[in-house]
Design a protein around this ligand. Structure first.
Ligand SMILES: [Zn+2]
Length: 333
């Protein structure tokens, strides 16, 4: 007979493992054909704050009030045109889909035009164990599943678009368990826990889904002054630096910046001399995204050939929290 002092730990172990098994009923694959932090980026997480403020699962500000899913964005419209696939995150049965809404920013059409259809072109998949996943904002006409279809993990169901309540190209991905919203990064997290709960993502994704408080999503050089519109459309790539370009400008677009963050971007010419430095004041509030530029207008006949270098830094409370150096080898003609 097993002594009581052994029996209790065994019973505890049994209840822990069976509890865990019921909990681990779903394992999620990435719902987009992309590489996080390289070709796609987690822009917003589920809001864990019950008030009118917002807090992500790590108690950062990478969310907004009542945001019920995970936003996985791509860089720009040029990339969207290539057709970035949205993928079923787990096997299941499609229980609903929509495919006829225009790809247009909500900033253009207004909230009233998409009322009741905030998800845009989307699909809902039902999985075993009371789980559902929802995929939103896909491109018009790209949704290739319909109610009743069986899908397997990783099966393409549509293309990233701009339909419904969105103003940038991304997939809004919602997970529900028995009707309740679940954060796939923090399933079962205690109220106000910062980093509690369990990830529902497949173990193979652990590196890719790491939380990054701030992230650079675009950087480069341009022959004109970049604007957010030029970067968001991808048009900026059509204005490279040439020996005769009007300007030589470095730019960085970062997401997840926090109130108090102090950014700088410094540009050096091929001799290492400073061409331009943009020191920004501390941010007055959190910024979902921010574009910083530093550059110079051409005053001589041509830009000298050589390697131009730019360094972007984010300082916070006297410490450097983000840094990137990049350069352009200009064999300028
Ligand atoms: Zn969203």
């Amino acid at each position: 007979m097993v002594a009581l002092k052994y029996l209790i730990p065994i019973l505890l172990w049994l209840s822990a493992t069976t509890g865990a098994r019921a909990d681990e009923a779903i394992s999620l694959a990435l719902p987009m054909r992309c590489q996080p932090s390289l070709t796609c980026f987690f822009q917003n997480y589920v809001d864990h704050d019950a008030s009118d403020k917002a807090r992500d699962y790590r108690c950062g500000g990478r969310s907004y009030d009542r945001h019920d899913g995970t936003d996985l964005r791509i860089r720009n419209q040029e990339i969207q045109k290539q057709g970035i696939e949205v993928l079923a995150a787990a096997p299941g049965r499609v229980i609903g889909a929509r495919n006829d809404m225009e790809d247009v920013s909500v900033k253009t059409v207004g909230k009233a035009a998409i009322a009741g259809k905030e998800c845009g072109n989307g699909a809902v998949i039902e999985h075993e164990g009371g789980w559902r996943t929802q995929y939103c904002h896909m491109a018009k006409g790209s949704v290739r599943v319909k109610a009743g279809d069986q899908v397997t993990t990783g099966q393409p169901i549509g293309i990233v678009g701009l339909s419904g309540d969105t103003e940038f190209f991304h997939l809004h991905f919602t997970v529900r368990h028995r009707g309740k919203i679940v954060d796939p990064f923090a399933h079962g997290a205690e109220e106000n826990s910062c980093g509690g709960g369990r990830s529902l993502w497949a173990a193979s994704l652990s590196e890719q889904i790491q939380y990054r408080p701030r992230e650079i999503i675009d950087f480069g050089f341009a022959g004109i002054a970049p604007t957010m519109e030029l970067v968001e459309s991808g048009e900026i790539d059509k204005h490279p630096v040439t020996s005769g370009s009007d300007a030589l400008v470095a730019y960085v677009r970062a997401i997840g910046l926090q109130a108090g963050d102090q950014q700088s971007l410094a540009l050096e010419d091929p001799t290492g001399a400073s061409m331009s430095t943009n020191n920004l004041p501390p941010l007055d509030r959190d910024k979902a995204q921010f574009l910083v530029i530093a550059g110079k207008r051409r005053t001589e006949a041509a830009w000298p050939a050589g390697r131009y270098s730019a360094t972007y830094r984010v300082m916070r409370d006297g410490a450097e929290v983000l840094r990137k150096t990049f350069d352009i080898e200009a064999r300028l003609r």
